[in-house]
Write a protein that binds this ligand. Sequence first.
Ligand code: FMN
Length: 363
Amino acid sequence: MSYIEALAGPLLRQLAPETAHHLALRVLEAGGVGAPGIEPDPILATEVAGVSFRSPLGLAAGFDKDARAVPALGQIGFAHVEIGTVTPRPQPGNPRPRVFRLRAQEALINRLGFPSEGLDAVAARLADRPRDLVVGANVGCNRVTADPIADIAEGITRLGSLVDYVCVNVSSPNTPGLRDLQTGSALDRLLEQIRLARREVEDAAGRPLPLFLKVAPDLSAPQVQDLVERLIRQPVDGLAVSNTTVARPPTLTGRHRGEAGGLSGRPLFEPSTRLLAMLYRMLPRSITLIGVGGVSDATDAWRKIEAGAGLVQLYTGFVYQGTGLIRRIHTGLAEFVRDSGHPSLAAAVGTRADAIGEARPDA
Ligand SMILES: Cc1cc2nc3c(=O)[nH]c(=O)nc-3n(C[C@H](O)[C@H](O)[C@H](O)COP(=O)(O)O)c2cc1C
């Protein structure tokens, strides 16, 4: 634990979650990162969609929505940072309070509703981003918009040349109608438009721009089938599985468990990992999966990889455990790779997808 964390941790836990978050972000932005993270073991190095990552572990979208603290987030050890969700025009999001802690479960419920400084502000900050860290931009639509797909395409064309990949968020539960873009003819239209937007960036920048799509853990089996069929016809480079869930497992405790919004953290681990394994079994290997949801130690990260994840992201675990978690996951993952006998991390991807994807929800 860094000096600053030892001091700030207990204080942050006393504050309202969103206040604590903004304070932590300010400290990071001001360069108060403590000791830099240790370089991950080279056995963890991996390549996805032509991009080299020094480890599979990255910070999930939503923590640094406006790209305020990217250098510091790299310094504390994340091998990639996904900024956003960014909406085209600035918007405030939902009324507060809109983030709630479920401490006993190391979980959060949020209904932020995409507070964003908008593309202009974020593009200006990304122009100065560090080049030795993989940075992705997560893009979405404004709450009030005539055309959500056009908003998303605008995010790609505006930010694409400034980042190493773009992730299209169609899975936040807090923007009405957004999740309808995950299936049916709306998904076809979305896939077509985002591929056109990507091509525009690629033609102008003269380099490939990997395109990821982020999905919800609450898709029904027929919806998953529909998503897979459409992705086979119009592929993307990666699928982030998953966003937060609107489900409320009966085991949740704490006075905030009934709040509306998306649930993240430990209770999300099983459902998101099961969906990850299912999708790994159904999709062609050319589509890399990014395992997100409830990762709170190295064992969880390893299970995501065995379930089919080429990259792993986390958010809520970082909120509860701080920067030490990054080091623990890196150390533990390197041990898991060595003990497994696989020559590299990539060789372990999906090795238990069949078992994990077939497990029944109550098993
Ligand atoms: C407070 C909060 C805000 C979030 N904001 C976003 C967002 O803007 N865009 C997005 O794609 N995901 C967002 N997420 C979802 C996370 O990126 C991640 O998919 C989810 O929390 C599951 O991972 P975790 O259990 O490690 O937190 C947010 C999550 C939290 C807790």
